[in-house]
Design a protein around this ligand. Sequence first.
Ligand SMILES: *Cc1c(COP(=O)(O)O)cnc(C)c1O
Length: 381
Amino acid sequence: MGLSKTIWTNPTEFLRAQQPENPVLFFAPQAVQAVARRFLDGFPGLVTYAVKSNPGEEMVDNLITAGIKGFDCASGFEIDLIRRLAPDAAIHYNNPVRSRAEIAYAVARNIKSWSVDSKSELAKLIELVPAKGCEISVRFKLPVSGAAYNFGAKFGATEDLAVELLKTVAEAGFIPSITFHPGTQCTDPMAWGSYIIEAAAIARKAGVKIARLNVGGGFPSWRATGVQPDLEAIFATINRVTTEAFGADRPALVCEPGRALCGDSFTLAAKVKALRDDTHVFLNDGVYGSLFELGQIGIIDRIEVMSPEGVRRTGAILPRICFGPTCDSVDRLPGDVPFPDDIAEGDYVIMHGMGAYSTVTNSRFNGFGELGMVTVLSQKL
Ligand SMILES: *Cc1c(COP(=O)(O)O)cnc(C)c1O
């Protein structure tokens, strides 16, 4: 994929000059730095970046420049990436299921923070990880609504199990902590609030004073035109509820946002290959490309359409069925997509807020998936 060295003023300037046939992602470094500063200024604890959401080196480099000093990794590949780009950064290995070979790989790289949600995986850590100065966070789950996607379906211990695991962690000589992940794209601050209250109950029942509470990711990026994420309201709720729930035993806080840090800094331009019988819009990008996640958690409606000459289409909104380029009928964006009614073959569909779970799930299915990456000063067309 490779980022081009030229920096363009905005997407329009590039599209008019280059008329790209492949999808292009426009990266605005100032956007990621601005949101990183918002987290660093507002979150009452350590901000770590969930690398899986966008492991691009330009993304990681800009986060480091902005002052991010911790990273949430889930594999040996991600650990090596961060060690290379940020040798002094804290790395948390928060994938609760790991093979013995993966554990040994991380021990050899001096990883000091782990999470766990089961007895079998905790037994593996106790056997293979030296306890001294090493933190294990017990991950629990609640049935919480408000997230776009249910992470509790795969990971997280129930309350009783979490109590037992936390006791075992402390008895084995590790630094005991608790973690949870409320889901992704949560807009309701109480998604975190209810988890924090439960975390305090688990610590109390276990009789363990925890060192840190990692409140996960799930912070929203800007996906719906009418709903700008209110990160500061979420930070305030996390801060207030932690004090109320833990009192004198208040732990240090950690968060691990992915989407909220990287989401807003990429804008996609996909070309209209065809307007089939004036009904179906066929794009050169789809769910096997950078738009995979739309099928999972819903459409981003921050869409603009531009002619190849760089003129904005301003017709009335007419929702249409929108397909990607492959021959698979699954390759369709969810629901109907709001496009202006004067959209035409050869136009560019510009979708903002495309930095998270986009480049990283792009596939080469059917021979498509060649993505351009271009740096811009501004994402405004
Ligand atoms: C994916 C993930 C994150 C990041 O989630 P976002 O919704 O992108 O913020 C954080 N923590 C854990 C454990 C994850 O699996």
